[in-house]
Design a protein around this ligand. Sequence first.
Ligand code: SF4
Length: 360
Amino acid sequence: MTQRENLLDLTPDEAETRLSTFMSEVGEPEYRVRQVLRRLWQNPAASFDAMTELPAALRRELDSAFALPRLELVVRQKSVDGTQKFLFRLSDGEAIETVAIPEGNRVTLCISSQAGCALRCAFCATGAMGFSRNLEVHEIAGQVREMRLIDEPVDVTNIVFMGMGEPLMNWKAVDPVLTLLNDPRALGIGARHITISTVGVLPGIVALGQRPEQFRLAISIHAPTDELRRSLMPINVKYPLADVIEAAQVFDRRVTFEYVMLGGVNDGAEHARQLAELARECRAFVNLIPLHPGGSQGFAATPPEGIARFARAVRDRGVEVAIRKSRGMDIAAACGQLRVERLGRRPPRAAKQHGDIQVA
Ligand code: SF4
């Protein structure tokens, strides 16, 4: 049997072209293309068979030519604060996490871009599990698609690439995923409501900056000096702070600095001063993140009054700063935590050189 082509790995333009050829081959009118296109992402169908607006014979023909793979939902946890966490199993048995965070009339979906992560940030549960592989287009955008398909669907308004993995190390897939998220023929989420979070992968920041849409960029700084950052984030050897700051300066839109508060590690008065200086250099907005208990080993959370003091010190130096609310404290909502809980820790696997990490 020939392999069926996966329509969910294609951008709307590609899918339209492909479906147009198919419809003319099977002698169906052109409007069928738009009918199917709508059912890929906008109003997704669980299968071709569920596209009951199409004749049964056409549904069968579509099914023998194309695939519409689902992500298998293994766990759905709900927090008392409304946060929901999902664990999806992929076709090769890998598992990834997605978190939906409601806030007022918005729901932000935190999506994964890799199974595991090679970057080994010291405070991160995903980093501790090692890297398995890059996710494919349909596995990343599919996390949003599934929110429209599951029982009690989730009406996602915002996307952050802050789940498992470093999105700019998988630019080959993330680039078309951004199109799918934003295109009104697909998921139709405004570019300003889509944030890519990176540790500072320079080629990826440049590639993102070249896209015409106003996607948002968040950079995980987490330490205001190279020495401290190197000890927390090994990637700082390859992309030191000065390079990351320079990239943030040339990215011609507002950048957010993410800064996880690690008790006694990066939360001193001097750190606040240094962080504020860096933020001023690129007019960045600073987001302070309380450490999620259980998400990391060997680190203590900065107490709330310490975070408030740190925020004041940064703000007093003319930098806009916010403290992220901790969400999903009663479920395993820290990135990587649920997968570790369900599948157990396994020895970290270093990425094969170049082969399985795709940098822009
Ligand atoms: S914090 Fe992000 S980049 Fe660092 S190990 Fe975790 S998933 Fe990877």
